[in-house]
Design a protein around this ligand. Structure first.
Ligand SMILES: Nc1nc2c(ncn2[C@@H]2O[C@H](COP(=O)(O)OP(=O)(O)OP(=O)(O)O)[C@@H](O)[C@H]2O)c(=O)[nH]1
Ligand SMILES: [Zn+2]
Length: 210
């Protein structure tokens, strides 16, 4: 039986990568995958799917093109404040690098300034830079903490990520209720009292002005 043209064209495993990039377009590769997993990439619902997936994957991995230092350096302010600043419950969506399935949850970031504060919106933007890549939760947590530490040399930084991994929910071990918590503590956040203050402020819910 004749193979669809795309299968001949995008026989991916046999291609020698040229500078790391195969000669096939991203859409050709996705069409090949649709052929393999669905069997009929020409049916109505799948016709534009390679194009849609390319757009989606370009968005979901856009963090590789972004420079965390540039984002933070753009909004640093000299402010005489040396208490803890916490931006918490920042939603995060990423892709696990093992299965390319989403993991998602919340990030809490705290730091104690050392003459400079960061524009608040830049903290969620920084998280986007590292979340929009193929990731493991532990590395992403550390990257967020380290980039703040390097950019403003605060007295310390703490980052906690709480996430659920679809690779553990919709396949594999199929556990629906577990979540993974990771943390990175730098500078004074290594001290028990600072860490405890951060974690207890993160745990406070539904209090204060809102
Ligand atoms: N530490 C860590 N592990 C992750 C993360 N995301 C996915 N994983 C794990 O990566 C591991 C990959 O294990 P493998 O045995 O190679 O893959 P697998 O056969 O698909 O494993 P199962 O998921 O157990 O079916 C799994 O245990 C996943 O749960 C993450 O962010 N951090
Ligand atoms: Zn996974």
């Amino acid at each position: 039986m004749a193979q669809p043209a795309i299968v001949h064209k995008a026989n991916i495993p046999k291609q020698e990568p040229k500078g790391g990039i195969s000669e096939f377009s991203t859409q050709e590769i996705y069409a090949e995958l649709l052929q393999r997993f669905d069997g009929d990439p020409t049916r109505d619902g799948l016709l534009k799917t390679p194009e849609r997936v390319e757009k989606a994957m370009t968005f979901l991995t856009k963090g590789y093109q972004e420079d965390p230092t540039k984002i933070l350096r753009g909004a640093l302010f000299d402010v005489d404040y040396d208490e803890m600043v916490i931006v918490k419950d920042i939603e995060m969506f990423s892709l696990c690098e093992h299965h390319m399935l989403p993991f998602f949850g919340r990030v809490h970031v705290a730091y104690i300034p050392n003459a400079k504060v960061i524009g608040l919106s830049k903290i969620p933007r920084l998280i986007e830079v590292f979340a929009r890549r193929l990731q493991v939760q532990e590395r992403m947590t550390q990257q967020i903490a380290d980039s703040i530490q390097e950019a403003i040399h605060p007295q310390g930084v703490g980052v906690v990520v709480e996430a659920r991994h679809l690779c553990m929910m919709m396949r594999g071990v199929e556990k629906q209720n577990s979540s993974t918590v990771t943390s990175a503590m730098r500078g004074v956040f290594g001290k028990q009292s600072t860490r405890t203050e951060f974690l207890s402020l993160v745990r406070e819910r539904g209090q204060g002005a809102f």
